[in-house]
Structure formats: structure tokens, C-alpha cells
Design a protein around this ligand. Structure first.
Ligand SMILES: [Zn+2]
Length: 244
């Protein structure tokens, strides 16, 4: 009985972490463009809307920041630098996809790693486009080092988020699961901490585009991501997130 009493009063460690959500593109950089009748829908707007929703759903025990909270230009380097400024434990970049083949559809989740996959190479080219100046020749040694130090945790985070998306999107929205994938995204490498990049559907696909704009989709998609993030953070037993 004494033991039980003592156990009841053992301190419960609830660590608080810093999450940095990165709405892809912004300002002059529109990202993928979807056409809804005569109306143009821009990835930069959808990614911002979703990022704000994710922030809303993450438990208040954690601190959540956005790399941008309105429509403005922001380089990949500035986004990554912000991760240092706010001392982010994890970095989550939010994007929507596009393809010249209209039939391509579905959602996918990336973590930083080298890959030779052709489809991923196309996504990398789009999302890495805005890297500026000399940094285009990003140091391969740095990338290798970041992969070495953070990929294990990034994969865990990606898998936690992706499994929540997989539980929701195919059943509720008939959306195709394209899988959990490796990708060489500079913004993830520059962030130098556990990081993932989400592609929430194809703006070039009519059905995906319709769903992406639905109030209910935005809510369920954001909630699933927030839950995946929380589950991952709950597995961390202390504040030893690999940041360097
Ligand atoms: Zn994008």
C-alpha cells in the first residue's frame, strides 16, 4: 500500500517541446498552381492555411511557431535559420504537389535521405527551386552529416505523422497513400534537426484539388498531422533531440 501511495505521487515528466511549422513558398513564389474554373489556387495560400490549423491543434503543452504567418517571401535559408532562432526541436514543412500528368494524385510524407527514386527527384526539383545564390552549391558534407545525425529521428517523426494520415485520408476522403519516402530537400538539411516535408495532395489533379479546399479536409488533415507530431514528441524521454 505504501508503495502504491508513493507511486501515485511520483512526478510525471511531461516535456514541452518547440515545433516549427513551415508553410511552403510565399510572396512572389506561388508554389504549385491549381485551376478551379477560372480561379487560380496557389500552394502558398493552402500551405499557410493548413499550417495555421496544425498549430491550433497541437497540445498547448508544446510551443508552436510558424516560419511565416502571412503571405511573404522567405528563402529556404531564412526558414532554416528560424529553427535556430526559436530553438525548434522539430521542423515540419507543409507543401502540396503538382505534376504535368493530371492523373497523379495522393499524399506522401518525406524525411531527409538520399534517394535515386525518379518521382522523388521531380518533387525535389520543385521544392528546392528557391535556394538562393552560393548556397545552391550546398555542402555535401553538411548534408551527409545532417543525415547521419538526424535521419533516425526524422524517420520516426515522419512515420508517426504518416500513419495518422493513413488512418484518415484514404477512408474519409478516398485519397491515395503514396507512402513514406526519402527525399533530399534542402530546407530539411538546412534545418539541421529532425524534420519532415509533407506533400498533402496534387493541385494538378481535379479530385485532390477539390478535397484540399474542403473545410472538413483541412480540419481532418491538420488534426492528423498534429496528432502524429504529439505522439512522436511523447516518445522522447528527455530534451536530447539531436540538434547540432
Ligand atoms: Zn511546395
Amino acid at each position: 500500500m505504501k508503495v502504491l501511495f508513493a507511486l501515485l505521487f511520483l512526478p510525471v515528466y511531461c516535456f514541452s517541446f518547440v515545433v516549427l511549422i513551415d508553410p511552403g513558398h510565399g510572396g512572389q513564389e506561388l508554389g504549385a498552381i491549381g485551376k478551379h474554373g477560372k480561379k487560380h489556387i496557389y500552394e502558398k495560400d493552402i500551405s499557410l492555411q493548413i499550417s495555421k490549423e496544425i498549430k491550433r491543434y497541437i497540445n498547448k503543452q508544446h510551443t508552436v511557431y510558424l516560419t511565416r504567418s502571412f503571405d511573404r517571401d522567405l528563402s529556404l535559408q531564412e526558414r532554416a535559420k528560424m529553427a535556430d532562432t526559436v530553438k525548434a526541436d522539430i521542423f515540419v514543412s507543409v507543401h502540396f504537389n503538382s505534376s504535368i500528368k493530371e492523373r497523379h494524385n495522393g499524399f506522401e510524407t518525406f524525411y531527409l535521405h538520399n534517394t535515386k527514386n525518379k518521382a522523388t527527384k521531380k518533387v525535389e526539383r520543385i521544392e528546392n527551386k528557391s535556394l538562393e545564390g552560393d548556397d545552391k552549391l550546398i555542402n555535401n558534407i553538411l548534408i551527409d552529416l545532417v543525415i547521419q545525425k538526424t535521419t533516425k529521428q526524422s524517420k520516426k517523426l515522419a512515420s508517426s505523422v504518416h500513419s495518422q494520415l493513413n488512418r484518415t485520408l484514404p477512408s474519409k476522403f478516398k485519397m491515395q497513400d503514396r507512402g513514406l519516402k526519402k527525399g533530399l530537400f534542402y530546407v530539411l538539411a538546412l534545418a539541421k534537426r529532425p524534420a519532415i516535408l509533407l506533400e498533402g495532395g496534387f493541385m494538378s489533379n481535379k479530385n485532390d484539388l477539390k478535397k484540399i479546399q474542403q473545410r472538413n479536409f483541412i480540419k481532418e488533415y491538420s488534426k492528423a498531422i498534429a496528432k502524429g507530431i504529439e505522439i512522436y514528441l511523447a516518445t522522447l524521454t528527455d530534451k536530447t533531440v539531436p540538434i547540432f
